[in-house]
Ligand binder design. Structure first.
Ligand code: ADP
Ligand code: MG
Length: 337
């Protein structure tokens, strides 16, 4: 198991990673996503784990052994970057074989292993193709096969899908999920895409401004973000005060079933958290915007001394200023704290 203990990385005067502690590769949660906005230090942390960036403080350990003096190529980690970084002068098999050659695998065994990996990533029989002929998605599959071939004890992936177009990315994300699980290799995968983090990872670590803000299973993270800042980053665009008693949260948008102890909490709302419902709370339509599924409307309700705006979906566009009735959707409400 990988243990990052209080890792700090500096570039000159700037601290890019600040005292980060994170464990990756628990038996029941082998894949961790490092999720955070651009520039928050994700790649820097990944590079420090790989040994490509020196630590200014803290330690990186694997199975309890400090890696401070272990150079990158001796850490037993596989890496996949955003843009594959394949060797252009080698064919597909030559790329996948690279790590096996460095480890001195016998020729026949290496050939079998290359075949096995090309099957795993969905490119059977592609060994002889020049990498320059491959599409972006195929190149990422080869990069993944190359990283997995020498049986790394940990896979490090830095935004492996973000250079691909949306449709291909969705398809490859599904494949990547299967491949990671079939390979059985623990992985730390950097992404700024929420959907990708949830789809790929057992555990999501939210990183903001060089620090880990929260580590949780995806469902739990979206249900119970620790702070309003984390909630906003996860897509909860509106926050509403609520009093919780016996699992009922009472708010300006009505009552909703929640899973938290009694007390005062803020609820996090995102598009779809509020639904139009005949027996709901009256709300004024502020604006409506067409979407592929209908219209997204913004409604305002009186919440104490101010107005609260929230988004809901409707089939037909109401007029601005109309009154609609709204309620909270318990599956889409977060309890913050
Ligand atoms: P992320 O991967 O989350 O987008 P990075 O780890 O690439 O973020 O960057 C974190 C911070 O460190 C940013 O402010 C970035 O400008 C800075 N940074 C990254 N790499 C270098 C570098 N080689 N030299 C100086 N500053 C860097
Ligand atoms: Mg990055």
């Amino acid at each position: 198991m990988l243990s990052i203990n209080g890792a700090t990385v500096r570039y000159g005067d700037e601290t890019a990673v600040r005292g980060v502690s994170l464990d990756v590769g628990a038996a029941d949660a082998p894949v961790t996503a490092l999720l955070g906005p651009s520039g928050c230090g994700k790649s820097t942390l990944l590079r420090a784990v790989a040994g490509l960036e020196p630590l200014a403080g803290g330690a990186v350990l694997f199975d309890g052994a400090d890696l401070a003096r272990v150079p990158p190529h001796r850490r037993g980690f596989g890496m996949v970057f955003q843009d594959g970084q394949l060797f252009g002068h080698r064919d597909v098999a030559g790329n996948v074989r690279y790590g096996l050659e460095r480890q001195g695998w016998a020729r026949a065994e290496a050939r079998d292993r290359v075949e096995e990996l090309l099957d795993l990533v969905g490119l059977p029989g592609a060994g002889g193709r020049p990498v320059g002929e491959l599409s972006g998605g195929q190149q990422q599959r080869v990069a993944l096969a190359r990283a997995l071939a020498p049986r790394p004890r940990l896979l490090l992936l830095d935004e492996p899908l973000s250079a691909l177009d949306r449709q291909l990315r969705d398809r490859l994300a599904g494949d990547l999920r299967r491949i990671l699980r079939e390979a059985g290799t623990p992985a730390l995968i950097v992404t700024h895409d929420h959907g990708e983090a949830v789809e790929l990872a057992d555990t999501v670590a939210v990183m903001t401004d060089g620090e880990i803000a929260q580590v949780d299973r995806p469902a739990r993270l979206w249900r119970r973000p620790r702070t309003p800042e984390i909630a906003r980053f996860l897509g909860y665009t509106a926050l509403v005060d609520a009093a919780v008693e016996a699992r009922q949260a009472d708010s300006a948008l009505g009552r909703v079933l929640v899973d938290c102890p009694d007390g005062r909490f803020q609820l996090g709302l995102r598009p779809g958290s509020v639904v139009i419902q005949a027996r709901g709370v009256p709300a004024r339509v502020v604006r409506s915007v067409p979407t592929v599924d209908g219209v997204r409307i913004t409604v305002a309700v009186a919440a104490g001394h101010h107005e609260l705006e929230a988004e809901a979906f409707a089939d037909t566009p109401p007029r601005d200023g109309d009154t609609v009735h709204v309620a909270l959707n318990p599956r889409r409400v977060a309890v913050i704290g």
